[in-house]
Design a protein around this ligand. Structure first.
Ligand code: NDP
Length: 322
């Protein structure tokens, strides 16, 4: 089969197309013939070496496709099922072996493209808005990179929960995307002081929660945007990882809460996975959640997809199509 291999960490040119054997499913595993692959910022972190993996490896944490074969003891899925999954590395390939419990059946009216586009960022938006800081009416959330893949879905789910949403975007071209997702206010954070704007929009009080996927460049001002005892959720490193923080800083900024969550710990068993993925795919099937696909590439064009995602030009989700 054809697959992308990374033999050494580095730039997008390290994503090499190679012919390797089709993997075989062991006990509890299924072989998936892949239709679409989601491109995520986490794939860039693994490629550059910010996140560690044994070399060589096949990147890609999310895909949709059809079950081709199952290993011993598999009861969750059968050959021929349309499935999607996230948080299992090796998706940049024609086939992938996945623990069967991690596979979720795709509703019949949802395409492979939308399913692959929604799993990772959709379940992330779900845990952020439902578990990390469960939003409800009366809350105001500040959501950075609101026109991005995770951003648009987080904005939509925050609105479903009844919260007021202040979104930030890096360019004027992205304002409409953030508004279309439901943001009540959109701040151009490269031009405006977003902490001052967030304070002004909340009558000087500050927001209840910041969902910050941008990392190094927004961290300090995100803390300044919060109300006393508000929650800072730093969940990504798009501009680089956040440096070390003194706990006393949280005291001086208003007894703040700080957390650095990851999806892996929010879909670690079948019950939680089914809750989050069931909601996300069900809302897409019912027309309640919109997934904006910002670009589709072939497997061999994946380097370009990484360049585009890192360049801040994209909105919504980037996909690979086989
Ligand atoms: P996005 O589609 O959001 O793309 C990244 C966006 O970040 C850019 O479009 C840009 O938007 C913004 N950005 C700000 N500064 C920079 C910079 N210096 N370089 C590049 N981009 C920058 O990507 P994803 O939806 O895939 O991921 C968003 C973030 O969420 C990532 O940090 C990712 O790691 C994180 N994430 C975390 C998860 C978790 O469980 N912890 C799970 C899923 C995603 P703009 O131009 O508007 O500034």
């Amino acid at each position: 089969m054809m697959a992308i291999q990374v033999a050494e960490c580095g730039g997008p040119e390290k994503l090499q197309l190679a012919e390797i054997p089709v993997p075989q499913p062991g006990p509890g595993q299924a072989l998936v013939k892949i239709a679409n692959i989601g491109v995520n910022f986490i794939d860039i972190y693994f490629r550059t070496g910010l996140y560690k993996a044994d070399l060589p490896f096949t990147p890609g944490m999310e895909a949709s496709g059809v079950v081709e074969a199952v290993g011993e003891g598999v009861r969750d899925v059968s050959v021929g099922d349309r499935v999607a999954y996230a948080m299992q590395r090796g998706a940049y390939a024609e086939f992938a072996v996945v623990p069967a419990w991690q596979l979720v059946k795709i509703p019949s009216n949802v395409g492979f493209d939308l399913a692959a586009a929604a799993m990772l960022q959709g379940m992330t938006a779900h845990y952020l808005t439902h578990s990390t800081f469960p939003l409800s009416a009366g809350h105001t959330a500040l959501i950075h990179a609101a026109a991005g893949g995770a951003g648009q879905l987080t904005v939509q789910m925050a609105k479903m929960r009844g919260a007021r949403v202040i979104g930030t975007v890096g360019s004027a071209a992205k304002v409409e995307q953030a508004k279309a997702a439901g943001a009540d206010h959109v701040i151009l954070y490269n031009e405006q002081d977003f902490a001052a704007e967030a304070k002004a929009l909340t009558g000087g009080k500050g927001v209840d929660v910041v969902y910050d996927s941008v990392g190094a460049s927004t961290f300090q001002k995100s803390l300044d945007s919060l109300r006393p005892r508000g929650m800072m959720v730093t969940f990504g490193n798009a501009s680089g990882p956040v440096p070390a923080v003194e706990p006393l800083l949280l005291n001086s900024k208003g007894s703040l809460f700080l957390t650095r969550p990851t999806l892996a710990h929010h879909c670690a068993d079948k019950v939680e996975l089914n809750w989050r993925a069931g909601d996300v795919l069900g809302w897409i099937a019912g027309g309640k959640l919109k997934v904006h696909i910002g670009g589709t590439y072939s497997l061999k064009e994946v380097g370009q997809a990484h360049i585009d995602l890192a360049s801040r030009k994209t909105t919504g989700k980037l996909l690979l199509s086989l």
